[in-house]
Design a protein. Structure first.
Length: 290
């Protein structure tokens, strides 16, 4: 990769941070994953991000990145990570995440991933990109543009109530979609560490795992029907770790979505073609903009 122009990119997730060096055409030249030390508190997470950025910015094979792109969850502006329920931080300046002498751009993880889908994936004018991992959030594309809403809160589909007075959610509400259908919730409800383990038990005929998986599928179908009726998308693209379940997830969710829509056709539903790299590529796009 000597001589190739690149940026350093870090996508901070609830359990894993994905870092890498990304060329302008979206080629990932180097990639590395590190655990997010969420249980150790906000300060430790910020320090771990800063160390990751510094390591990625060290010259290697004659190449040094030209800028840094950083994608984090929660409410984010160009200069501050304003709030994250997952990490418990408030008003963290971009300089706390990246102590390097390079331009640094900060952005929202899901919107960054949505932008990567638009640039490198297969987009469209009216699309919902829905990464499902530790949590669930959506990147809403309306008439070809990402829609952020008045305060940057648009697309919080994971916190739409799907079961009135249902399970408590980490956000403080009850009955949220994320409490049933996020990879994190699916695993936790079955006492497993990953949704993959739950799906394996479903395939083995385990009733308890089957019930949890079934409720995830039902609630996703319900939330996507609500979204469809409100915004009439052409396509819904599921990303994140749960999308790796493929047809075991998509086929039943597609069926539920169709059943919920009595008088109109269902939009297309498919897995992201970026194979879980949308967040990293989105952070790379932020870096190129810096
Ligand atoms: Zn919630």
């Amino acid at each position: 990769m000597a001589g190739v122009e690149c940026v350093a990119a870090v996508d901070v997730g609830g359990t894993t941070m994905k870092g890498g060096l990304v060329a302008r055409d979206g080629t990932i030249l180097y990639t590395e994953r590190r655990p997010t030390p969420r249980a150790e508190g906000a300060d430790r997470v910020i320090a771990a991000i800063s160390a990751f950025v510094s390591d990625l910015c060290r010259p290697r094979a004659g190449t040094r990145p030209a800028a840094v792109g950083l994608a984090v969850p929660g409410l984010v502006t160009d200069t501050h990570a304003v709030f994250s329920a997952a990490f418990g931080w408030r008003d963290v300046p971009v300089s706390a995440f990246a102590d390097v002498d390079l331009p640094v751009a900060l952005g929202h993880d899901v919107r960054a991933a949505g932008e990567a889908e638009l640039v490198y994936g297969e987009g469209g004018e009216d699309v919902l990109f829905l990464p499902i991992g530790t949590g669930i959030a959506g990147a809403v594309v309306l008439s070809g543009s990402l829609y952020g809403g008045t305060g940057g809160w648009a697309g919080q589909i994971g916190h739409i109530p799907v079961r009135p007075d249902g399970l408590p959610c980490g956000c403080g509400q009850r009955g949220c979609l994320a409490a049933y259908a996020s990879a994190g919730a699916i695993a936790a409800r079955c006492g497993e560490t990953s949704a993959e383990d739950v799906l394996r038990r479903v395939r083995e005929g385990d009733d308890a795992a089957g019930a949890v998986w079934g409720e995830a599928v039902d609630t996703l179908g319900l939330a996507l029907a609500t979204y469809t009726l409100l915004l009439d998308p052409a396509l819904i693209v599921i990303g994140g770790g749960l999308s790796l379940a493929g047809d075991a997830l998509l086929d039943p969710v597609r069926a539920r979505l169709r059943e919920r829509l009595a008088f109109r056709p269902a939009p297309g539903l498919r897995a992201s073609r970026l194979g879980g790299q949308a967040g990293l590529l989105g952070a790379g796009l932020l870096g190129w903009r810096a």
